[in-house]
Design a protein around this ligand. Structure first.
Ligand code: PMP
Length: 363
């Protein structure tokens, strides 16, 4: 199909966006003949939705001629009870990445600054720029951790939001409770501190930051959580913020009306109801993570301490060659050019193949 002939100038759009590279999704694996393919590139949950959740999804589909409940009353009530957070403090969105966009849009005037660690979740600079803010990346420490003192030092009069990713995507370490407190003590109380806990259910490290505990003490803390990872509903796009009522109100104003579908609302509510079963799967994934981490250590890798459902291999210039070798084994992984590769914990067979492959690349 050809683009129709046009007359006139290209419409003017924001200069900040025209040259900005888009979000790079985790690749689908190239499937070599006779090899089962595994997608380890998007930190997804390898388990499919529970049968009971699939039934709820099928039933909800019958109501798709209607808009969803804009207040998502059932899901909000279930979350409120589970987290012991008042309903007025919960704001849902189409994935926590959308909610993050609403936070930045609600807090930043054009050019206001958002401080975040780097490398961290690749959507941060993109989301901040789209929302009209200016990303201020602060390098991680050499062990792939947030440098909270450097982040605090990067805060200026223009800073409206600080993003904390714990565990950090793509390197894996958590921010400790003491580090988060230090950061919160240093940041002015009218600057929002987002604690992005997309992988919180996978954390087993004692002393890890607890976003909700921080939120209970400070009005400027906003916690982001998602149903995409531990709850295995990445395809339905539902995440949420926990924010103090005055902040939550503005976040709702900034949100897309009817964003979270009826299917997503009911599936998320049913998943909360089946929480024990789903968290048992998370335990199994954590056990797999520990098995993989131990095997990599045995091979001689000295890696950042992951508390999430992925591991980070700092392969530097060898990154493209590793990605190609992984594809030959049916594994798709997530490269960051010149830096390294993030590999999600997946099916046991996929993890076995990854460990086998990593042995050949061990330092
Ligand atoms: N935060 C972090 C740190 C992530 O890694 C991701 C997903 N990759 C998200 C947020 C967004 O998740 P979702 O939009 O699916 O809730």
């Amino acid at each position: 199909m050809t683009t129709p002939p046009v007359v006139g100038a290209t419409p003017r759009m924001r200069a900040a966006l025209t040259d900005l590279p888009g979000y790079v999704p985790g690749a689908r694996p190239r499937i070599p003949d006779g090899v089962t393919a595994y997608k380890l590139s998007s930190n997804e949950n390898p388990y499919p939705p529970l049968p009971g959740v699939l039934e709820v999804i099928a039933e909800a589909a019958a109501d798709l001629n209607r808009y969803p409940d804009i207040t998502a009353a059932d899901l909000v009530a279930a979350l409120s009870a589970q987290l012991d957070v008042p309903a007025e403090c919960l704001v849902l969105g189409t994935g926590s990445v959308a909610v993050l966009g609403h936070v930045v849009a609600a807090a930043c005037e054009a050019g206001d600054e958002v401080v975040h660690a780097w490398r961290s979740f690749e959507a941060y600079p993109l989301t901040v720029t789209v929302a009209g803010g200016t990303p201020v990346p602060v390098p991680l420490t050499s062990s792939g951790r947030h440098d909270v003192d450097a982040m605090a030092a990067a805060v200026t009069d223009r800073t409206r939001v600080v993003l904390v990713c714990t565990p950090n995507n793509p390197t894996g370490p958590v921010v400790s409770a003491a580090e988060l407190d230090r950061l919160l003590d240093a940041v002015p109380s009218d600057v929002i501190v987002v604690v992005d806990e997309a992988y919180v259910e996978f954390v087993r490290a004692p002393g890890a930051a607890d976003g909700l505990a921080a939120w209970r003490r400070r009005t400027n803390v906003v916690v982001l959580r998602t149903f995409s990872k531990a709850y295995g509903l990445a395809g339905l796009r539902v995440g949420f913020a926990v924010a103090h009522p005055a902040v939550a109100r503005v976040l709702r104003t900034a949100s897309v009306p009817f964003g979270v579908s009826t299917v997503a609302q009911r599936a998320a509510t049913a998943s909360l109801g089946a929480r024990d079963e789903l968290l048992a799967r998370v335990d199994a994934l954590v056990a797999e993570r520990e098995r993989v981490v131990a095997a990599l250590a045995e091979q001689g890798w000295d890696l950042p301490e992951t508390q999430a459902n992925f591991v980070w291999l700092p392969l530097g210039e060898q990154t493209p060659a590793f990605v190609e070798a992984a594809a030959e084994k049916g594994l798709s992984v997530r490269p960051f050019a010149g830096e390294g590769v993030r590999v999600s914990i997946g099916e046991v067979e996929a993890n076995d193949r990854f460990v086998e492959l990593a042995a050949a690349w061990a330092p």
